[in-house]
Each structure stands twice: as C-alpha cells, then as structure tokens.
Design a protein around this ligand. Structure first.
Ligand code: UDX
Ligand code: UDX
Length: 469
C-alpha cells in the first residue's frame, strides 16, 4: 500500500519505519527542514531500539522523507497524521497543527483517501477533521476520517508497534475499515512474523495481534482512557508505597500479591518518582478537559495527578532525611530521561527533581546514557554532565537513581562504594534490594520499602573502607 505519515516525531517516525518494514511504500512528511535534512542524510534523531536498523533497511527505498504534503497525499491511500498535540495553558489539547494538516490534505485529494488520526486527540476530533476537509472543498465521498491510536512506549516503540496487544481501528464505514485492515494485514495474518529479518518478538506476545474495529469516537476515547488508566495504576501503587513506608511493609511484596490477580495484572505497578513523558501528563489534562466539556467532572484524574506531583515531593523529603541540609551538597544523579531506554526528557520527573535540587543549592553531577544532550538545553550551567555512573558518584555526598535504565540496575557496587564520599544511595526506581545494599555497606533509601542501613563493616563487601570525610 501507499502510505503518508505526517509528522516525523517519536510517533510518526516509528510508525513510518514500521509500515515500511511491513512492506508498504511510505512517505514521511515534516515541515521542519532541519529534521528532514538530517533524516535524509541518514541520521537517526531519536534514541529508539531497532529504529536505526529499520531506517537503514528502508531509507531511500520504500521509506522517503519530504516536506511536500500535497504530493504525499496524492501518492497515498492512507494518510496518518502524527503531528504534536501539545497542551494549552488550560490543559486542553492544542489541535492547531492537526487542523493545519487537515487543510493541507483537503486541497490534495485526488481519489478516495483515508485520513487517519495517529496523534492522541480528544473525542470529536475526527468530526472536526472531516468538517475542515469538507470546508476546504473536498467531496464528501472522496475521503473518510479514521482514528488509529498508538500505544507505543518510548524505548520499546518499534516492538510495541510490531507486536501490539491489539490494534484499534476507529472507522465509521466499511470502506474505510477495509483500507486500515489492509495496512495491518501483514501483522494480522501473521505473514510479517514469518518473514526473514522481521524484528524479533519480545517475550509473551500474542501473535497475530487482534484488530478491534470501533467507531472513530470510541477509538479516540480508548486512547485517552487507556493512558488515564495506566497513569491511575502508577499513582495507585505510589499511594500504596507511601502507606508501606509508614507501616513498615514492602511495596514489592504487596505488588507481587496484587499483581498476580489476573484481574489486576503485574504491569505498570512499579512505584517510583511519578510518571512523566510526553503523553501521560498531557493526556490526563486533555481527558479531564474533554470530560468537563461534556459536563462530567472527572475528579479521579485530579487525584491521579496530585499523587503524581506529591511523589516527587516525597522523594525530595527523602533526600533531606538522608542528608539533612542541602545547600552545597554534591549529588551524583543517574538518569535524566523520563524513563529508561529513551533520550526523551519531556516532563521528565528526573529533570524536575534536578531543577528543584539545584534551586536548593546542591551541586549536581549527572549521567544518562542517552538524554544528556537534550538535558543540557534545559538544565543550568551548574549541572556537571559526566561520562559514566562512577564519575557521577565520585566525591558525592549521595547518589540518586532517577531513571530506570537497565544499566543502572547492574552497577559495580564495590566501585560505586569506593567513589562515593558517603555511601548513601537514594533510589527513586527501586532497582536494588535494601538488604543487599545494606550488606554492601550502603545506606539505601528506595520507594515503599524500609531504608537499608549498613550492617557491621566486617560483613560488608567493601568491609574496612574508611570513608573520606
Ligand atoms: C506524538 C503525537 O503527536 C502526540 O499526540 C502523542 O500524544 C505523542 O506522540 P510526538 O511524535 O512525540 O507526538 O511529537 P513530536 O516529536 O513533537 O513530533 C511532531 C512532528 O510533527 C515534528 O517533527 C514536527 O516538525 C511535525 N509537524 C508539526 C509537522 O510536520 N507539521 C505541523 O504542522 C506540525
Ligand atoms: C505511554 C503509554 O504507555 C503508551 O501506551 C502511549 O501510547 C504513550 O504513553 P510512554 O510515555 O512512552 O508510553 O512510556 P511508559 O512506559 O508508559 O512510561 C510513562 C511514565 O510512567 C515514565 O515516566 C515511567 O517511568 C513511568 N512508569 C511506568 C512508572 O513510574 N511505573 C510503571 O510501572 C510504569
């Protein structure tokens, strides 16, 4: 099939590359000339597993990049709109980019087209996109508007795209649904998974994935409701973690106990420093705004957001508990991205915490495997960016773990101990076990678990080390 994807951000670029891997002919359109030039020159603008491989495989063959929306629409059966939908000051989704793309598509229609919302948009957007395209003189039967929400997590976006739990297609006519069925056919008939060179399947996936056909409005709501539910799950477990801390229970044991109930499930039950990213914070606000417009005060969402904010404040209190005063303290920081596996720092709780600590007068030495270039643009010059976790720990009063990168869960603890001025680790992502850390000589704080305090030095792996004062 011939496909256009408008917007080459995290979502559009991954979708375009994956459609090309499914065997389609894809044009990715963007109006950012610098981004286009980089993509055409073979650069990969975001850190995303398997994306460099897919771009190498298809760039210049069945995956091309262009700023010409009209030509791309003319050449395509389906046009996926993946431009940003940032929040307005009032928390609603700003749909002006979507509207401007819809206008652009309208003048280019030269045969039946399916215009597909891929960006997360409020319910009713499909109605508006249809109105805008009609207003700009397209014939009513020359196009349909569908909603095909993405459920990609950054860091695992390529495998999430190719091995989804489900594909949701919101289409209001059979003609429209059949175009989208064809787009995803290599996945739903299983042929992609048998292909040589297919991106390898992650553990425990359902192959082939089911395709769920709904109305466009239901699909729009599915996206907002899914993200709100996942954020609610995280806030719920963060609230439970706070109770665990107060009563001396262990949130990991509690989560194992509740997550094994099939009705609840174990995923998205990791407590931490709160959710961030370009989706949950913005989508919760937008969903609340949509509900309010419909006359429903979705107060549950207010509470989900409040717990999320509070989680960062609780972490700051932990740093104070560990260090007493903060001014002039040197802190090693591991992780700046909003989650592991990505270079994205949008709404990153790690960045917000570093900013708060800088304001308190701390000196920060930060390391992140992928997000340091982006972080440099938003953190002030007082932040020192270093080359590895041990350099971050070097001479620090404490080490903070703020992002769940896999490599942070496999540190050489003896080396870390040697580097730190005081062996204090404050882990916002629960990557280590309190007892094991205590046995190694660390004072270890985490989320929803009791602090680990060092056992007698003779028992510690780093036994006998006298800390520099
Ligand atoms: C996407 C979705 O758009 C958003 O709704 C979803 O919730 C999260 O993911 P993302 O891919 O992260 O956003 O956005 P971004 O990285 O901002 O990329 C958007 C791209 O669209 C940019 O490259 C921008 O240059 C391009 N764009 C924007 C256009 O080509 N035309 C426009 O009119 C506006
Ligand atoms: C999310 C949705 O998961 C995805 O379906 C949607 O399409 C886009 O938004 P993303 O924001 O990329 O994806 O990452 P996700 O893995 O959902 O993590 C979001 C935030 O929640 C991160 O800050 C992460 O650290 C945090 N998180 C996630 C937790 O604190 N605990 C968890 O158990 C899971």
């Amino acid at each position: 099939m011939h496909i256009a994807v408008v917007g080459s951000g995290y979502v559009g670029l991954v979708a375009g590359a994956c459609f090309a891997d499914l065997g389609h002919q894809v044009i990715v359109v963007d109006n950012d000339q610098a981004k286009l030039a980089a993509l055409k020159a073979g650069e990969v603008p975001i850190h995303e597993k398997f994306l460099p491989e897919l771009l190498r495989r298809h760039r210049g063959r069945n995956l091309t990049f262009s700023d010409d929306l009209v030509a791309a629409v003319r050449a395509s059966d389906a046009i996926f709109v993946a431009v940003g939908t940032p929040p307005t000051e009032q928390g609603e989704a700003d749909l002006s980019y979507v509207e401007s793309v819809a206008r652009g598509i309208s003048g280019a229609i030269n045969g039946y087209k399916v215009v597909v919302e891929k960006s997360t948009v409020p319910v009713y957007t499909s109605d508006w996109v249809r109105k805008i395209i009609l207003r700009n003189a397209a014939a009513p039967d020359s196009f349909d508007v569908a909603s095909n929400p993405e459920f990609l997590r950054e860091g695992t976006a390529v495998t999430d795209f190719l091995y989804p739990d489900r594909i949701v297609v919101g289409a209001d006519s059979e003609r429209c649904a059949s175009v989208l069925r064809k787009v995803y056919e290599p996945m739903t008939n299983g042929s992609y998974y048998q292909k040589k060179g297919a991106i390898p399947a992650p553990d425990r996936v359902r192959i082939p994935p089911p395709l769920i056909i709904t109305s466009a409005k239901s699909a729009e709501l599915i996206k907002h409701a899914s993200n709100a539910f996942l954020a609610m799950k995280i806030s719920f477990v963060n609230a439970v973690a706070s109770i665990c801390e107060s009563v001396g229970a262990d949130v990991q044991q509690v989560c194992q106990g509740i997550g094994t109930d099939g009705r609840i499930g174990p995923r998205f039950l990791n407590p931490g420093i709160g959710y961030g990213g370009s989706c949950f914070p913005k989508d919760l606000m937008a969903f609340r705004a949509v509900a309010r417009e419909c006359g429903y005060e979705f107060r549950l969402l207010d509470e989900v957001m409040r717990i999320n904010e509070d989680q960062r404040q609780r972490f700051l209190r932990k740093v104070r508990t560990a260090l007493w005063t903060l001014r002039g303290k040197r802190l090693g920081v591991l992780g700046l991205a909003f989650k592991g596996g990505t270079d994205d720092i949008r709404e990153s709780p790690a960045i917000l915490l570093v900013q708060a600590l800088l304001q308190e007068g701390c000196q920060i030495a930060a390391y992140d495997p992928a997000a340091m270039d982006r972080a440099r643009e938003v953190l002030n010059s007082k932040t020192e960016f270093v080359g590895d976790p041990y350099e971050a720990a070097s001479g620090a009063d404490a080490l903070l773990i703020l992002t769940e990168w896999e490599e942070f869960a496999a540190l050489d603890l003896d080396r870390l101990f040697q580097q730190l001025k005081y062996p204090i680790v404050i882990d916002g992502r629960n990557l280590y076990q309190p007892d094991a850390m205590a046995a190694r000589g660390f004072t270890y704080y985490s989320v929803g678990r009791q602090a680990g305090t060092p056992v007698a030095p003779a028992e510690g792996a780093a036994a006998g080390k006298i800390k520099k004062s």
